[in-house]
Design a binder for this molecule. Sequence first.
Ligand SMILES: *[C@@H]1O[C@H](CO)[C@@H](O)[C@H](O)[C@H]1NC(C)=O
Ligand SMILES: *[C@@H]1O[C@H](CO)[C@@H](O)[C@H](O)[C@H]1NC(C)=O
Length: 797
Amino acid sequence: MKRQVLLLISIFCLSAVIGQVSYSIPEEMVKGSLVGNIAQDLGLDVKRLKSGKARIYTGDSVQYIELNRERGVLIIKEKIDREVLCRQTTPCALHFQITLENPLELFPVTVEITDINDNVPVFQKRERGFEISESAVIGSKFMLEKAIDPDIGLNGLQRYTLKPSDNFLLKLHTQSDGSKKVEMILQKPLDREKHEHMSLVLTAEDGGEPQMTGTMQIHVTVLDANDNAPVFSKPVYKASVTENSVIGTLVTKVSASDADKGSNGEVTYVIGNSMDTVSKLFHINSEGDVILDGPIDYEKEKNYHIDIEAIDQGGLSDSSKIIIEVVDVNDNRPIVNMISTSGSVPEDSAHKTVIALMSVNDPDSETNGKVNCAINDNIPFEIKFTSNNFYSLMTDSDLDREISSHYNITVTCSDEGVPSLSSSVTLTLQISDVNDNAPVFERSSYEAYIVENNTPGLSIFTVRARDADWNQNARVSYILEDSSVNGVPVSSYVSVSADSGVIHAVRSFDYEQIKDFHFRVKAQDGGSPPLSSNVTVKILIQDQNDNPPQVLYPVQTGGSLVAEMVPRSADVSYLVTKVVAVDVDSGQNAWLSYKLQKATDRALFEVGLQNGEIRTIRQVTDKDAVKQRLTVIVEDNGQPSRSATVIVNVAVADSFPEVLSEFTDFTHDKEYNDNLTFYLVLALAVVSFLFITCLVVIISVKIYRWRQSRIMFHSNLPVIPYYPPRYSDTLGTGTLQHVYNYEVCRTTDSRKSDCKFGTAGSQNVLIMDPSATGTMQRIQSEKSILDEPDYPLEVRK
Ligand SMILES: *[C@@H]1O[C@H](CO)[C@@H](O)[C@H](O)[C@H]1NC(C)=O
Ligand SMILES: *[C@@H]1O[C@H](CO)[C@@H](O)[C@H](O)[C@H]1NC(C)=O
């Protein structure tokens, strides 16, 4: 150490004497490069260098430069790096001495090392990351790393650049030590949603030639902030759902996007309608599926407007709307309402008479609600669309109650949906009767038979007419039409029961007076106006053997005497006389036969059975009496037969005086006397009987009146009203009404009967009987008790 310090002092002293040599070389010269010709610069001969054993003295320092003694030059021995040698010191120089011996000389040499740009600016780390919230405010500062460039001066670090420079600016602050602080300043807001990651390149440049740069990667990660509200994909969503869809049906899907990340971007959906109906019918899940929650009925609501909201975790939201159209399904049958119906229409109603009005409604829409109505076939009605869902039911053709008294009209309304729905209503329409049918007799004409001598009031037979109408319009009354029979009104012959059509004989007919007659019966219904028809009834009277034969010859005179003369010379089979008789009856009843009933001498005369001729059957002899008396009976062939007797006086004489003397006692005939006596006795008996009867009747009446007056005095018994005779026969047509009034009197012998048809007023018998036939039967039974023979009633068809 002591030596070195001494040396340094001596060098200093020497150089001060000899002068100084300096060189300037750039750093990094290759080995062997020439630094300078030191021999020349020092003014020394090369030989001197050799002889003086010139050498470089650097002390302890590294020897970068060596001396070439042969050439007397300094050359680079070791590569010199200025930055190692001097760092930032400037100027940078190598100081050494060249020493010579013999004589000892010292020459200081200074070699200045100049900088060359051999260093690149270098960042300590190749990259750097930042996490910056997007909500960072403008002006926020971020410290960056400095670069290092060991070169100095221009070759040293000159400036920084940051690229891209969209969001950040570089700012350099010169610090007190001369170094620079590099800061990155936010000049434009970050948006994670646009650029979540940014790569910046920070470049450090020096000023050398050529320029050298160093770079560093800066990675900026933008951290999310809830700066974005969710956004629905559409302002309005449209969807449709068919009615009656099952609960749980997905109606539509909505989506809202949130540009934010993580929880800031998590969206939940809410139905905003506070209206209950909507929120009860739909719900929306976290995926944005709108799901049906309740029953949907097109007929109640045709569309729904749902306000929806999307909310992120940060509370930001967006709203949108869903319009849900309800699609109709044919789920409603048409409803048929009868607005007014007439339960019945008259059968003569005009065509197109409206019988019912109905309204038809189908709440479905379009074809599902389009309704067509029809009625069942084969009925005389039609249905017509009037207007606006109204239909009218009207008659289409003629109605006839007699064919169909009611109709079941089924109105079927069906819509046009697929499948179609329908409903029907049945209406029962009564057809009310109109008097459009006249009564019709069962036969076009009638013929009836009645045996003469009938009981008055006897029912002959019944006519019947039918009326196809109903009730009152079909109530047939029978009326006897006025006409005359032999100049007498027909009503005095027959009567017709108005209700039953029973034809009664009013009088007892006599075949011998009238054999037949005809009249018309009218059947009239109870309609208004009434309709009628008529029929001809022919009554044929049948003969009865009610007339005895009448002897026309010989004439029966009371007192005078007629006798037939038979000469005694008369031969066998001499025609004495001929009994001539007639019978007004007809047929068998008028077929007469003659018989000899009594004769003075039965062996002398005979009567022709058929012709009534009286002839002798033997020769008249002288012994035969002059006075011959024959009783001839004339009988008819009726059942029972009737007869008449005639007395024929025959005088068997040759001269008239002879006859006279014999016939004086003829008038006092024994037989005649017998008859007279019989009649006298009978008359006496009848008179006595009548007297006693009258006496009994008078006494009975007296007693009855006395009792009656006492009862009337003490009680308030109802007075039996008095009806005038034939009171109900007001029309006087001879038609029998409900009341019959007969008095029938008969003796046991009808041949000598005396019958009076109930003369009015003789006795008041009031028979209130609703059915005429009842009364009639009663009369008939009376008759059969009274009459010995039963007259057959014959109605020939
Ligand atoms: C109408 O309906 C009623 C009751 O349903 C039935 O008794 C009647 O026979 C029907 N009439 C016709 C003409 O079909
Ligand atoms: C009776 O009926 C016929 C038709 O059958 C008619 O021509 C005539 O006028 C009717 N007579 C009376 C009196 O009504």
